[in-house]
Design a protein around this ligand. Structure first.
Ligand code: NDP
Length: 255
């Protein structure tokens, strides 16, 4: 096994997309994986099957985020999941990955959409961390999945971009607060990645695909594994001296 042997990791939104790729990669390094999802149980089961087929260990946690009591539900089910498989209580790596996106400009965003974006993308990670701090062991890792839209302006996603800016401030500030416990806190900011959230406008449209690929200095569209490999590094012991940073994972987009 790998460099995360004996560690326990929780990845929110690990049923699909980038979260699934992160879960698979951390499990391949030896971590026991808590695979969180919102509603797509079949996809979460598939993530677990893929982990087990590769020789890893994982269990699922269902918890809708962005609703009252979301953090408490998540942690109650996390604790129960560990107990069910006879694993030691506690956590080493928390990846706040689950989020929703809305493509709306300043004129298009409703107050309901604004509140929903902040509830899932900002409030949920904040209280998941607050309520989970007693479980996270010293020397642990908190990794918040942010976005390249905090560096590159996209008026079409203004409210979503604001949620990711808030997450970056959270990473920076929390890193200072948790330094004494040797817990590192960082953001990882992907550019456009080929996942379900972009399927309708990106996947089946070769012209748009080529346009998006050209954002990157490598002239290709990002894949979930591109992000998972960076997260695995930040989660590793080798990244012990990096904290409070926003790591650009856009494939050198719009340099
Ligand atoms: P997907 O839409 O493919 O997957 C989202 C995941 O989050 C799913 O596992 C989903 O669970 C879960 N989720 C979403 N909303 C909720 C909720 N309210 N409660 C509980 N779980 C929820 O997302 P991506 O893989 O594309 O994105 C992952 C992260 O990367 C996000 O933080 C996103 O903002 C960020 N990002 C993505 C980019 C991209 O181009 N794809 C670019 C930059 C950043 P379920 O399967 O049950 O629905």
């Amino acid at each position: 096994m790998g460099q995360l042997n004996g560690r326990t990791a929780l990845v929110t939104g690990a049923s699909r997309g980038i979260g699934r790729a992160i879960a698979l990669r951390l499990a391949a390094e030896g971590a026991l994986l808590a695979v969180h999802y919102g509603s797509n149980e079949a996809a979460a089961k598939e993530t677990i099957e893929l982990i087990e087929e590769a020789g890893g260990r994982a269990f699922a946690i269902r918890a809708e985020l962005g609703v009252p009591g979301d953090g408490a539900t998540l942690w109650t089910r996390f604790d129960a999941g560990l107990r069910d498989i006879g694993a030691e209580a506690g956590l080493d790596i928390l990846v706040n990955n689950a989020a929703i996106a809305r493509s709306k400009d300043i004129d298009g965003v409703t107050t309901e959409e604004f509140d929903a974006l902040f509830a899932v993308n900002v409030k949920a990670p904040f209280f998941i961390v607050q309520q989970g701090l007693g479980r996270i062991r010293d020397g642990g890792r908190i990794i918040n999945i942010s976005s390249g839209v905090t560096r590159i302006a996209y008026p079409e996603t203004i409210a979503y971009s604001m949620t990711k800016g808030a997450l970056n401030a959270f990473s920076l500030t929390l890193a200072k607060a948790l330094g004494a416990r040797n817990i590192t806190v960082n953001s990882v900011s992907p550019g456009i990645v080929d996942t379900d959230v972009n399927a309708d406008w990106l996947r089946d449209n070769p012209d748009v695909w080529a346009h998006v690929a050209a954002y990157s200095t490598f002239n290709r569209v990002g894949q979930p594994d591109d992000i998972a490999d960076i997260v695995a590094f930040i989660a590793s012991a080798d990244a012990r001296w990096i904290s409070g940073q926003n790591i650009d994972a856009t494939g050198g987009s719009q340099l």
